[in-house]
Design a protein around this ligand. Structure first.
Ligand code: FES
Length: 272
């Protein structure tokens, strides 16, 4: 019997798809705890009212749920569904699609290590390994004391500062294992830690509240651009280079050309 027919005979296959990302799957229904109160409901309603189509508010609303419950809780899903007049399944479908929404409690500080190409080449995987050992957890897990959670992240558009580590979505540039140790030790000791290009680190829940659309007034705290990002601009200035002005691009399809000609003839006949 061929291996193919063996497989057909044993359908459904015993093999299962294993996601690279830990924690994928549904929202954790075993934990029904919530801190959502009437004040939170009021804020959720306020977010929905900011959009012409209330349903557009779902992403920020889920960030607000995370800032209150430390995860996308079952109660948070129900609350969003109630406010928006959609089903909990529809909310859950969104919450489980994006990796920024956590189905289990994140830590007080959420650590992200980029292992996409540039960061990987410059040591991202070594960094992730070091942080796992330092915290005693694997990616996708939270320390038992709730202080840290860890995630392997995709490119965070900071390749010019690779390898990077994120703390509560703030950048820690040009990381080394030793620098990561120092940052984690400082956070564990409750010391003040500054992002390389951003605000002073507070907590993941605070960051989630900002992402929900409630500014904390610290958007301009810290440098917003680093030397590596600005070096191209500096070289252009030295040489007197500037970007070309906007130009009309040539039509790139036959149908576009035909449609342009048709429009021109129509215009001519109207004029005539
Ligand atoms: S590859 Fe890590 S930030 Fe781009």
């Amino acid at each position: 019997m061929s291996s193919n027919s063996e497989r057909t005979a044993s359908y459904p296959f015993s093999e299962e798809f294993h996601s690279h990302f830990a924690g994928t799957g549904g929202v954790d229904q075993s934990d029904q705890s919530t801190a959502i109160d009437e004040h939170t409901m009021e804020e959720l309603r306020g977010l929905a009212a900011r959009y012409p189509e209330p349903r557009s508010a779902l992403l920020p609303m889920l960030h607000l749920v995370q800032s209150v419950d430390g995860r996308v809780s079952p109660a948070g899903i129900e609350a969003c569904a109630r406010v928006l007049g959609i089903t909990p399944a529809q909310v859950s479908g969104v919450a489980t699609f994006y990796t920024m929404y956590k189905r289990r409690p994140a830590g007080e500080h959420h650590i992200g290590i980029c292992t996409t190409s540039v960061c990987a080449i410059l040591g991202g995987d070594v960094l992730l390994d070091r942080v796992e050992h330092r915290l005693g957890i694997k990616e996708g897990q939270t320390t038992p004391d709730g202080k840290f959670s860890l995630e392997r992240i995709e490119c965070n558009a900071a390749c010019d500062f690779a390898p990077i580590m994120m703390v509560n979505w703030e950048f820690m540039d040009n990381m080394t294992p030793r620098k990561a140790d120092e940052i984690l030790d400082a956070l564990a000791a409750g010391k003040t830690v500054h992002s390389s290009r951003g605000a002073t680190i507070t907590s993941w829940r605070d960051s989630e509240r900002v992402l929900a659309g409630f500014p904390d007034g610290r958007a301009d705290e810290g440098p917003t651009a680093g030397e590596a990002s600005l070096s191209g601009l500096e070289i252009a200035r030295q040489h007197g280079w500037s970007a070309p002005g906007p130009q009309r691009t040539a039509p790139d399809t036959e149908s576009e050309t035909q449609s342009d000609s048709a429009n021109q003839s129509e215009g001519r006949s109207r004029d005539e």
